[in-house]
Design a protein around this ligand. Structure first.
Ligand code: PLP
Length: 395
């Protein structure tokens, strides 16, 4: 018998998992070119060539016992120092290697920091719609995730309700910018108000409320929009970064946490996060890819490709009458369903279009479309989207 706690987690995981299996089945039945799978956030753009070159060069030129060996649980000191320098140049910050902890992607980083901070029953706030895995991550560490209801006008954080939901038990707030699933980018003005509220409430309760900035999509922003660096606006900010999307390396499992000197109880938080990385069983982030990313700090995937997909979808789906917020970041579109969301997902499936229901992100009545796919697939799918719009009476 599996643990009762796991039963729930398995149930929660089943929607996207089932969709993944369904996609494979449909591809076998109809032919892969006739299935339009917009369900997964798996990058479609290749990693930069410099990543491959770095792998090869490191294997040829660096000392094998260093490249493949155990290390400090926080990661290689030279890699962490290189990342800190690069952040300082980009964001005018003042980090050094003590502030950087290499992690097994953003998922690893979030689990490390939640394990570090949460006591049983501590509350973690986030904003709906949100990345569904937060439920499991918070539960892993015996916390309670509370979602601030969505602001369905523009999907910016609902700050009035947020203020009311902060309590003396709130240990952390997770904010994901650019956002999965909405594609919205929260601007500086919004972040400043959020920070003010957190400072005010922390003082009122006499507590330290940590802000966890979940930033796997930082590099995926369009129309020249700025993605604010949150440590500048709130002292108690910990940033979780990942190379899964920025360098298209999700299978390599690499990212880092930034724990600035300014966070409350810095020395203990940094030391505990180092131990959490070890005892969660990660021990340390994978060694070879740590050395690779340190050599690719200025490398970028060709974001133009995603932008091209975004523009085509925005144009066509609005032509067909679908309602959505214009996405400015990540690679997702968040579309209002003209009929019940489950019925809409089922109707889309009949057109061999796979979309994730909004309830998986804590906000029913919408679907998420991941456009990290081939441009040609989007073009082919448009005929089916048009039929779907007519059938579900979007107009
Ligand atoms: N946070 C958000 C909002 C995500 O969308 C994802 C992955 O899709 C993650 C965290 C986990 O990313 P990683 O692959 O770096 O663990």
């Amino acid at each position: 018998m599996i643990a009762k706690k796991m039963e729930d987690m398995v149930k929660n995981s089943s929607v996207i998992r089932a969709m993944f299996e369904e996609g494979k089945k449909m591809a076998a039945q109809f032919g892969p070119e006739n299935v339009y799978d917009f369900s997964l956030g798996n990058p479609s753009i290749e990693p930069p060539v410099s990543v491959k070159e770095a792998f090869i060069d490191i294997l040829n030129s660096e000392e094998p016992n260093l490249v493949h060996g155990y290390m400090n649980n926080s990661g290689y000191p030279d890699v962490r120092a290189a990342i800190a320098d690069s952040l300082n140049k980009k964001f005018d910050t003042n980090f050094d290697e003590r502030n950087i902890l290499m992690t097994v992607g953003a998922a690893g980083g979030l689990n490390v920091i939640l394990k570090t901070l949460l006591d049983e029953g501590d509350e973690v706030l986030t904003f709906a719609p949100y990345f569904g895995e937060y439920n499991n991550y918070v539960k892993n560490h015996c916390g309670v995730l509370k979602a601030v209801p969505a602001n369905t006008v523009d999907f910016m954080p609902n700050l009035e309700q947020f203020e009311q939901m902060l309590t003396a038990k709130t240990k952390a707030v997770i904010i994901n910018n650019p956002n999965n699933p909405t594609g919205v980018v929260y601007p500086v003005e919004t972040i400043k108000v959020l920070a003010e509220i957190m400072v005010k409430k922390g003082k009122e309760f006499g507590t330290d409320i940590y802000l966890i900035a979940d930033e796997p999509y930082r590099e995926l922003a369009y129309d020249g929009v700025e993605v604010p660096y949150l440590t500048k606006y709130y002292d108690n900010t910990i940033v979780g970064y990942s190379y899964s999307k920025s360098l298209s390396l999700p299978g390599e499992r690499i990212g880092y946490l930034v724990i600035p000197d300014s966070v409350a109880d810095f020395e203990n938080v940094a030391a505990a996060a180092n131990v959490a990385n070890r005892i969660l069983g990660f021990v340390n982030a994978p060694s070879l890819i740590q050395r690779v990313v340190a050599r690719c700090l200025d490398a970028k995937v060709d974001v133009e490709g995603y932008d091209k997909n975004r523009k085509l979808l925005v144009e066509k789906l609005s032509q067909f009458g679908f309602e959505f917020v214009r996405p400015q970041g990540a690679f997702y579109m968040w579309i209002k369903t003209p009929i019940d969301e489950k019925e809409f997902v089922a109707a889309a499936k009949k057109h061999r279009i796979l979309l994730v229901p909004g309830s998986s992100f804590g906000c029913a009545g919408y679907v998420r479309l991941a456009y990290c796919v081939d441009y040609n697939m989007i073009e082919r799918a448009m005929v089916e989207f048009e039929k779907l719009a007519k059938e579900t009476k979007v107009n």
